[in-house]
Design a binder for this molecule. Structure first.
Ligand SMILES: C[S@@+](CC[C@H](N)C(=O)[O-])C[C@H]1O[C@@H](n2cnc3c(N)ncnc32)[C@H](O)[C@@H]1O
Length: 225
């Protein structure tokens, strides 16, 4: 199994150690969480926030009654989200995981969110990660991911490294040196083949407001077996 977690981890560690915190979740996440995930959650549900970063998605879900568990490659991110949860009187369970396999038994999660995280893979490892995520979902569990698409802000600051696996390296900004991949729609359908996934996209164009243009794929599926 390929795994870029070890090489990307020091970059994220530095970002969170430098105090990077997001104060509110992406509005597309909020809408999709309330529409696709929340109505399907049973009582005492477990939701995995994969790559929760500074924890804005985790906080939003916890404030809406969900018990959130999370894995991250950054130890500082775990500290940041744990502190934010305790300051707000919320309970969750967060841990570092740099292994290619998730540290959970098969069929244990009612939903899994991977918001802007699967990008930090190559085309091979992305497929492997998605299959492992499907493994930990319960039957009827919902998967929701956002990932950068061609032409997105991240794509525009990255260069291909021509390794045959679609890997690009970010060249500018705080994430410089991180290895990512930006799948085309066809590649995305291959990555999610057999999972009956729905693929959509969101595009924000706020450049005139001095915010970076951004666009990303939204992928969701419900585990059927
Ligand atoms: C763009 S940030 C998104 C953070 C968060 N999901 C959000 O939307 O605010 C990407 C995050 O993915 C994490 N990450 C990258 N590769 C990972 C992996 N293999 N396993 C878990 N987390 C990973 C990084 O540490 C970083 O916090």
């Amino acid at each position: 199994m390929t795994n870029l977690a070890t090489s990307n981890a020091p970059i994220w560690e530095q970002i969170y150690a430098g105090g990077h915190v997001m104060n509110y979740p992406d509005d597309a996440f909020v809408r999709l969480f309330h529409r696709l995930i929340k109505p399907k959650l049973p009582d005492k549900s477990r939701v995995l926030d994969y790559g929760f970063g500074s924890g804005t998605t985790s906080l939003h879900m916890a404030k809406n009654g969900v018990f959130v568990e999370g894995v991250e490659i950054s130890k500082t991110a775990v500290e940041v989200v744990s502190k934010r949860f305790s300051e707000q009187g919320l309970e969750g369970c967060f841990q570092v995981n740099k292994e290619a396999i998730l540290p959970f038994e098969e069929a244990t999660m009612d939903a899994l969110v991977a918001w802007q995280v699967l990008t930090y893979n190559n085309l091979n490892s992305m497929r492997e990660k998605v299959l492992d995520m499907q493994r930990v979902l319960k039957k009827g569990g919902v998967f929701l991911a956002a990932l950068s698409m061609p032409g997105s802000a991240l794509d525009l600051i990255s260069e291909p490294i021509n390794d045959g696996y679609g890997t690009k390296e970010i060249r500018h900004g705080v994430q410089a040196g991180a290895k990512i991949c930006i799948p085309s729609e066809i590649e995305l359908h291959d990555i999610f083949a057999g999972l009956n996934a729905t693929v959509g996209s969101v595009r924000y164009d706020f450049e005139s407001f001095e915010m970076a243009q951004n666009s990303f794929w939204i992928v969701s599926f419900t585990k059927v077996e």
